[in-house]
Write a protein that binds this ligand. Structure first.
Ligand SMILES: [Fe+2]
Length: 157
């Protein structure tokens, strides 16, 4: 059944298209963070292992909230790896060093890229597409990524 929530279908479609890209980015970042959790080696192994676990758990919740936001505005959420790899702005690891800071640097770049993407969509979602709910939702999401990015950035002086 169609969602009758006071936003045109054309507008919810445009918003859902951006949310699908975001979902793909979150999924990739989640996988990359799990990789870091599993494969990190070196000094501070245990602390890093736990740190990455905290982060992937947070990302797991974000993924769910993005997909469910798509359902709330009347669209289906993409849920295959193939589609995620087609939609994502992020890249998978090209080289493997397995050291904590190497993983952190890469993950930080991805968080910052998601933050920029979200920031760029807050105003259009509200003003262009009249979807104030999703605009508010991604504002909160951006703040969560800002916090996660800060946690990672703090490992660097
Ligand atoms: Fe684990």
């Amino acid at each position: 059944m169609k969602a009758k929530i006071g936003i045109t279908e054309q507008n919810t479609e445009a918003v859902a298209e951006q949310l699908a890209k975001l979902l793909a980015d979150e999924f990739l970042l989640y996988t990359k963070t799990r990789n870091a959790h599993w494969n990190v080696t070196g000094d501070n192994f245990h602390a890093n292992h736990i740190f990455f676990e905290e982060q992937y758990r947070q990302l797991d919740e974000l993924i769910d909230s993005v997909a469910e936001r798509m359902r709330k505005i009347g669209h289906f959420a993409p849920a295959t790896m193939k589609i995620y790899l087609e939609l994502t702005h992020l890249t998978e690891y090209s080289e493997r060093t397995n050291d904590g800071l190497g993983f952190m640097k890469d993950l930080l770049t991805d968080h910052e890229s998601i933050i920029e993407f979200l920031r760029g969509n807050i105003t259009p979602f509200a003003e262009k597409y009249k979807d104030y709910g999703t605009s508010d939702f991604i504002t909160g999401l951006m703040e969560t990524h800002e916090e996660m990015a800060w946690m990672i950035r703090s490992y660097f002086r």
